[in-house]
Design a protein around this ligand. Structure first.
Ligand SMILES: [Zn+2]
Length: 288
C-alpha cells in the first residue's frame, strides 16, 4: 500500500469546458471510462505500483462548474448529463466511483437505492427541468448492501426477525426490496430445484441476486415511467458496484470468473416482467 492522492484539478490557465456527452451512448461510455479510471487507481494503490508523488486519479474541473465565471457575479447553471440513483452506503461515493466532478451527476441516494415518493420527485424534477443536459438515468446497487441483506434476512426468517423492532422508515425500505428478494428466491427454486433453500450458500447467493434484481427493478420502474412521459431520448441503465474490485458491472461476475478484473458494464433496464424473471434465473445459474 502507498499514500494516494485524489485530486480535483482546476487549472486557471485552462478555461476550456469539458465537452458534455452528446447522447446516451456517449454518456454511458463516460461513466464506464470514469469507473475504469477509479477502479484501476484503487487497485494500483493496493498493489503499491505508483511512483512516489505521482497522482493517478485526477478529476479535471472547469471553473465554470463551481462558480468561477468570467464576470464573477453569477452562479453556474445546473446541467448534469446523468441522473444516478444509488445507495446511501458510505463506501459507495457516487461521483468518485464514476470519476466525475462538479455539475456532472444529479445524484439521488437512499438506503437500498429504493424508489420512495421523494426519490421519484427528485427524478421527475431532473427529467423535466434538466432535460437539456440529462442523457441517462442509472440505478446502481452494490455488493454487501446492508438494506438488501436485512430484507433477505427478514424474508428468510420472518418470525425470528421481528419487524416490530424496526422503525416505520426502515420497514418501508425493506418493503420496497421484498419484491426483488422474492423474485430472486423464485429464480433459485427454478434453477437449483426445491432443495435450494437448504443449500449452505443459499443466503449469500440470495443476497447477491437480490442486489442485482433490486437495481434492475428500480431501473425498470424508471424506464416505464419515463416511457409514459415520453422522454424517449433518455436511456435507463443499471449496474452493481463491487466493493472488492471497485467495478460497476452488470451482470456481476462471480469470484471464480477470470475476467473479473476486466469487465465494466452498465446494462439496459429490463423492459418488462419477463426480462426481470429471466434475470432472476440467469443470476441463479451464475451463482450455482
Ligand atoms: Zn446499500
Amino acid at each position: 500500500m502507498k499514500t494516494i492522492d485524489y485530486i480535483y484539478r482546476f487549472d486557471p490557465k485552462n478555461t476550456s469546458v469539458k465537452p458534455a456527452p452528446l447522447d446516451a451512448e456517449h454518456a454511458k461510455r463516460e461513466l464506464e471510462v470514469g469507473n475504469r479510471m477509479f477502479a484501476d487507481w484503487m487497485n494500483s494503490c493496493q498493489i503499491g505500483s505508483l511512483s512516489p508523488g505521482e497522482p493517478r486519479y485526477v478529476i479535471e474541473c472547469t471553473g465554470l462548474n463551481f462558480g468561477h465565471t468570467p464576470t464573477g457575479d453569477d452562479v453556474p447553471r445546473q446541467d448534469p448529463f446523468a441522473i444516478v440513483v444509488g445507495c446511501s452506503d458510505a463506501r459507495v461515493p457516487i461521483e468518485m466511483v464514476f470519476g466525475q466532478g462538479f455539475n456532472e451527476l444529479f445524484v439521488v441516494r437512499v438506503a437500498g437505492n429504493v424508489l420512495a415518493d421523494e426519490c421519484w420527485g427528485s427524478i421527475d424534477y431532473a427529467l423535466k427541468e434538466l432535460s437539456e443536459s440529462v442523457k441517462l438515468v442509472v440505478v446502481m446497487g452494490h455488493s454487501g448492501c446492508g438494506a438488501v441483506t436485512a430484507a433477505v434476512d427478514a424474508y428468510l426468517d420472518p418470525k425470528e426477525y421481528s419487524l416490530d423492532s424496526m422503525s416505520l422508515g426502515v420497514k418501508s425500505i425493506l418493503r420496497h426490496i421484498f419484491v426483488s428478494v422474492h423474485r430472486a428466491a423464485m429464480g433459485f427454486l427454478e434453477v437449483w430445484g426445491p432443495d435450494a433453500p437448504s443449500s449452505p450458500c443459499y443466503r449469500a447467493a440470495l443476497i447477491e441476486s437480490a442486489v442485482c434484481l433490486n437495481a434492475a427493478s428500480a431501473a425498470h420502474s424508471v424506464r416505464a415511467a419515463n416511457d409514459r412521459i415520453r422522454h424517449a431520448d433518455v436511456r435507463v441503465l443499471y449496474g452493481v458496484y463491487d466493493l472488492r474490485s471497485h467495478h460497476v458491472c452488470m451482470p456481476p461476475l462471480c469470484t471464480h470468473v477470470p475476467e473479473r478484473d476486466t469487465l465494466i458494464n452498465l446494462a439496459d433496464a429490463p423492459k418488462d416482467s419477463a426480462e426481470f424473471e429471466a434475470l432472476a434465473r440467469e443470476m441463479a445459474v451464475r451463482l450455482k
